[in-house]
Design a protein around this ligand. Structure first.
Ligand code: COA
Length: 165
């Protein structure tokens, strides 16, 4: 039997059952194990007022989620993205990133994302999608590991706002 198509949707954070599933997934996945993020930390991040949460759904299963920030200084920031391990390597992460980019580029000319210095696989994926490293935040989350800030842009701010008018 063919597997159902993957859909991407914005998530209503009041559904605590899904919050629980997302927090559980994050707390058992790398890079967050190395970064010492607990289940409770994950619940806080997911339910934060400024977090916009999007889900990857296959059939009636949540197979991945992402958190983006559409307010603040580095607006258009993808704070986290994860696909369940058994669904990885099938192009879902790539399509999820493209979906998030459509959401962010509809309002902002930049997408920002951080990748841990030890997460070379994810970094390769982002660079293939056109992200450029713009800085290294040493010992940012835990000592001994950096976060690399990456950016993808469609226009300078001034031109983007002129086109938006
Ligand atoms: C990064 C991630 C979201 C990509 O999703 P995906 O569905 O596997 O992505 P795709 O199938 O579209 O692309 C696969 C690419 O992602 C890379 N990748 C990164 N982490 C991977 C992992 N744990 N397993 C499989 N592929 C992974 C693969 O190396 C592959 O690149 P390659 O073809 O150059 O080898 C997913 O692997 C994941 O959830 N990883 C763990 C959490 C994580 O690292 N999140 C990013 C934090 S910045």
């Amino acid at each position: 039997m063919q597997r159902p198509e993957v859909e991407f949707i914005q998530f209503d954070k009041r559904n605590m059952n899904v919050v629980d599933q997302c927090a559980e997934l994050m707390s058992i996945s790398e890079p967050w194990n190395t970064l010492r993020r607990t289940y409770d930390d994950a619940v806080k991040i997911i339910t934060d007022e400024a977090s916009e949460v999007h889900l990857a759904i296959r059939g009636d299963e949540m197979i991945g989620f992402a958190i983006i920030k559409m307010q603040g200084s580095f607006v258009g920031y993808i704070q986290s993205i994860v696909v369940k391990s058994m669904h990885r390597g099938q192009g879902i992460g790539t399509r999820f990133m493209e979906y998030l980019e459509r959401r962010i580029f509809s309002e902002q000319p930049n997408v920002f994302i951080c990748v841990s210095s030890f997460n070379q696989d994810a970094r390769r994926l982002y660079e293939r999608l056109g992200y450029e490293a713009i800085g290294e935040l040493r010992d940012y989350i835990v000592k001994g590991h950096s976060e690399i800030l990456l950016r993808k842009t469609v226009a300078p701010l001034s031109e983007f706002w002129k086109l938006k008018k």
